[in-house]
Design a protein around this ligand. Structure first.
Ligand SMILES: Cc1ncc(COP(=O)(O)O)c(C=O)c1O
Length: 458
């Protein structure tokens, strides 16, 4: 280890507070330092090459180097590095991006409101829903429904909306307006003999029961990721979205699709909403919007909501919401260049082509003694690790089997993410078939490494 690396690690341990990290373990072991990236590969401080099987945090769509995006950012920084979008002010890039994104959006969206992160986009959506409720003379319509294990961000409101107990614990959250319906993990929670469609009907029925228990007139919206990402890379079971949306229509409940991870090609369509036939009233997007080269997010919605915002803004005199860096010119220029590249290289077509190999190779791992269930769409795959796949008997959580696989994968040169005993595998969207083979081979070796330890305990 050279002196610079030692200094960096010492500084990091002494001063850098890491989000979503075991703080004690960090104090003891320090960070994994990543120095640079190229294509789908990242390189650690020792120069070791690792395939990024988690796209950073599900955001690095075009890999770790892109001259065109770097040039677009530089051009914009040299032309207009900042311009506010408050007080009627605008600039060409943000106006162009608003038009481009609303045209691209699933559903008839006409308006774009920008922020810097997925959390802020969803938080803004919650505020707009509450704002619209008062404009319609329905101030009691404030409750927001998410799903157990859903993930929508880390602000006070979006973490309340998320169904992640470890993110609520000790913070005194969730806030009382936020409710959670069932996690549609068919493999884990189906009753013996229950088909996927029957399971989906049961999920929809539980959803309806929650709506009725809370009072439909008090519910402002339902938020959902088309496929659950941070909760463990869970694809919706057959019939799930048809049945859930039937309930939404029955009670006329606003539907917000959180496309922060699924948006821009991850599932083999531009949007997860396209993949599963979702008809959202509002869409939040971030991450691959800028290929992760710049923090930018957008909330896309319809004129109907905009008219309600105007009613309130007329009364107050101003739409009282906004972030300094909303619609940042560099972010907007980077996003426009990213979207142009997606179109030119037909990124969605590429994902469809290579995902056949990706999913085939992932499915083949279901024979492994640690793996109980494999489900994926596009370049997005989740693995359930279980002690007994047939009896659906989980491992003792104290064995931390998911973390074991994640750590061995890292040693083998593949970055994956364990969420409990689920593994999320979602490589950059530009990955090619040869790189997919290398990544899955490394994953298989990591599973073998973990199995060598786990089988001693069984
Ligand atoms: C589906 C989803 N929504 C929202 C967020 C929050 O985005 P951010 O971390 O940019 O605030 C995430 C983050 O991973 C996410 O996965």
């Amino acid at each position: 280890m050279n002196v610079d690396v030692k200094t960096t690690i010492a500084q990091d341990i002494a001063h850098h507070v890491h989000p979503q990290t075991n703080l004690r373990a960090h104090a003891e072991h320090g960070p994994t330092l990543i120095n640079r990236g190229q294509g789908v590969f990242i390189y650690d401080a020792e120069g070791r090459e690792i395939i990024d099987g988690f796209s950073g945090l599900g955001c690095v769509s075009l890999g770790y180097h892109n001259e065109r995006i770097a040039e677009a950012a530089k051009r914009q920084m040299n032309t207009l590095p900042f311009a506010p979008t408050f007080y009627n002010r605008s600039h060409p890039r943000v106006a162009e991006l608003s038009a481009r994104l609303t045209a691209l959006a699933p559903g008839a969206m006409t308006r774009a409101l920008f922020q810097c992160s997925g959390s802020e986009a969803n938080d803004t959506a919650i505020k707009l829903l509450w704002y619209a409720s008062t404009a319609r003379g329905e101030p009691q319509r404030r409750k927001i429904i998410g799903r157990i294990r859903g993930y929508h961000g880390n602000t006070v409101a979006t973490v309340s909306l998320s169904g992640q107990p470890h993110m609520h614990a000790k913070f005194g959250l969730p806030l009382p307006e936020f409710k959670h319906t069932e996690l549609p993990n068919y493999y884990r929670f189906h009753i013996d003999g229950e088909s996927e469609e029957e399971f989906s009907a049961r999920m929809a029925q539980r959803f309806e029961e929650l709506i009725l228990a809370e009072g439909p007139e008090t519910i402002a919206a339902f938020f959902a990721e088309p496929a659950i990402s941070g909760g463990g890379a869970l694809m919706p079971p057959a019939g799930y979205w048809e049945q859930m949306q039937a309930v939404l229509r029955k009670y006329d409940i606003t539907f917000v699709a959180d496309e922060v991870v699924c948006g821009f090609g991850r599932t083999g369509n531009m949007w997860g909403s396209d993949t599963w036939g979702l008809k959202p009233d509002m869409v939040s997007c971030a991450k691959a919007l800028s290929a992760a080269f710049f923090p930018i997010s957008a909330l896309l919605f319809k004129d109907e909501l905009y008219a309600q915002m105007m009613t309130n803004a007329d009364e107050v005199g101003i739409f009282g919401h906004g972030y300094t860096y909303a619609g940042h010119p560099v972010g907007a220029a980077v996003a426009l260049e990213t979207l142009a590249i997606y179109e030119e290289i037909d990124l969605v077509g590429h994902v469809r082509r290579v995902s056949q190999r990706f999913l085939e190779r992932c499915q083949a791992l279901s024979d492994h003694p640690l793996v109980a269930d494999v489900r994926g769409v596009g370049l997005f795959c989740g693995f359930e690790l279980m002690r007994d796949a047939v009896r659906r008997e989980p491992f003792d959580p104290a064995w931390k089997v998911g973390e074991l696989v994640q750590n061995f994968a890292h040693d083998r040169g593949l970055y994956l993410r364990a969420i409990g005993d689920r593994i999320s595998f979602m490589p950059p969207l530009i990955i090619n078939e040869q790189e997919i083979d290398i990544a899955v081979d490394r994953f298989k070796l990591a599973l073998d490494d973990a199995w060598n330890i786990v089988r001693e305990k069984i």
